[in-house]
Write a protein that binds this ligand. Structure first.
Ligand code: PLP
Length: 373
């Protein structure tokens, strides 16, 4: 089976993890964290070209900490897409906010600015664009609208490390940008997360929030929890940071090759393939296509052929039991269409050129079979 994603881990990570174990410095509750935490943050900071990176122990924790740092209050409305991993919405609820779901655009699956505009109310406080699949959202327009209505922008860049808009990294446009280092993401620590910001004040707050609201210890000044990244995970993340360009390069090669193979037949089979624009560069976290018909049976055939094709995301968040009740009036036509028609294919760094041919051929033969039956 070619899995949809798989961590690219080697001897360098093993060596760094072993050195943490040998030093028995497994974690640090110091304000600035342990040595690997500081090393990792400094590497990510240079990569993103931003003033501060504060690491935490998951992407969910990054979103939660960012919402607290932004000063969210009970009942504040937070605008976010429903077409995302549920963590985006869960973090809002955990922080006391009220999720307000915004529709997406069918062409790139990111937030629809005109629907965002329609859903802003007097209670709106924060907007969370999600750079889904590594596709940059229309971040300039979103930021402009947010400024007009005094909303903070918290980017959910959990899937988009390495993606850019007009050569600027996603996660660096908002007040705060959140990243995940979960095992499936382009850069992993097993579990982990990070928040990027240019604000000294917010970085200070984030360091308190990840550490029970403390500054020097036993002096809690605001609500915080234990959201610290352990040194073992930071050690992996640090080495992964050094390999990021290489990993993204292989993803790009695979994605471009796959597009070339699929394009030849895309009209005939009505497959919509993902396309970059002059301004928006993808990290190719997920190579996602959309079919007019038969998505589920195509997916099943691919899986039977050992291609780990996966649907992200169905159902969308507003149709999940926990959210459906409050969102029963919510109509998100593009979100609902996409949930029924998209399919992601593997392009991660373990995928070889021969694998890409196999994926493209399986897809073609699957669709041909569909057309005959
Ligand atoms: C992965 C992900 C998260 C959550 O990150 P975890 O590290 O799994 O907690 C949040 N939002 C999106 C869009 C994600 O893909």
């Amino acid at each position: 089976m070619i899995p949809i994603n798989k961590p690219w881990i080697g001897e360098e990570e093993e060596r760094e993890v072993t050195s943490v174990l040998e030093e028995t410095a497994l974690t640090s509750a110091a304000r600035d964290g342990g040595k690997r935490v500081r090393d990792f943050e400094s590497l990510m900071k240079s990569y993103l070209k931003i003033r501060h990176v504060v690491s935490v122990n998951s992407g969910t924790a990054a979103l939660y900490a960012a919402l607290l740092a932004a000063g969210i209050k009970q009942g504040d409305e937070v605008l976010l897409p429903s077409f995302t991993f549920v963590a985006t919405a869960n973090a809002v609820v955990a922080a006391g906010g009220k999720p307000m779901f915004v529709d997406i655009k069918k062409d790139d699956y990111t937030m629809d600015v005109s629907d965002l505009k329609a859903k802003i109310t007097k209670k709106s406080r924060i907007v969370i664009p999600v750079h889904l699949y590594g596709h940059p959202s229309d971040i300039h327009e979103i930021r402009e609208l947010a400024e007009k209505h005094s909303l903070d922008v918290i980017e959910d860049a959990c899937q988009s490390l390495g993606s850019s808009y007009k050569k600027k990294q996603t996660g660096t446009f908002g007040t705060l940008g959140c990243f995940s280092m979960y095992a499936s993401k382009v850069l992993t620590a097993g579990e982990g997360g990070a928040i990027a910001t240019d604000s000294n004040e917010l970085a200070d707050k984030l360091k308190m929030i990840r550490n029970h609201g403390m500054v020097e210890g036993n002096d809690t000044r605001m609500l915080g929890l234990n959201l610290r990244l352990p040194e073992l995970s930071a050690a992996i993340a640090k080495v992964q940071m050094q390999k990021l360009d290489k990993m993204l390069e292989i993803r790009r090669r695979n994605a471009e090759l796959l597009s070339k193979r699929l394009l030849a037949s895309s009209k005939k089979y009505e497959v919509k393939i993902p396309e970059e624009t002059a301004d928006k560069k993808f990290n190719w976290y997920l190579y996602t296509v959309a079919f007019q018909d038969e998505r589920d049976s195509i997916k099943n055939h691919l899986v039977q052929n050992n291609v780990g094709a996966t649907v992200y995301y169905s159902p969308p968040v507003h149709k999940m039991p926990f959210y459906a009740h409050a969102a029963s009036e919510t109509k998100l036509p593009a979100t609902e269409w996409c949930a029924g028609h998209v399919l992601s294919l593997p392009v991660h760094p373990h995928v070889t050129e021969a694998d890409v041919d196999r994926i493209a051929n399986s897809l073609k033969s699957t669709i041909e079979k569909q057309n005959v039956s």
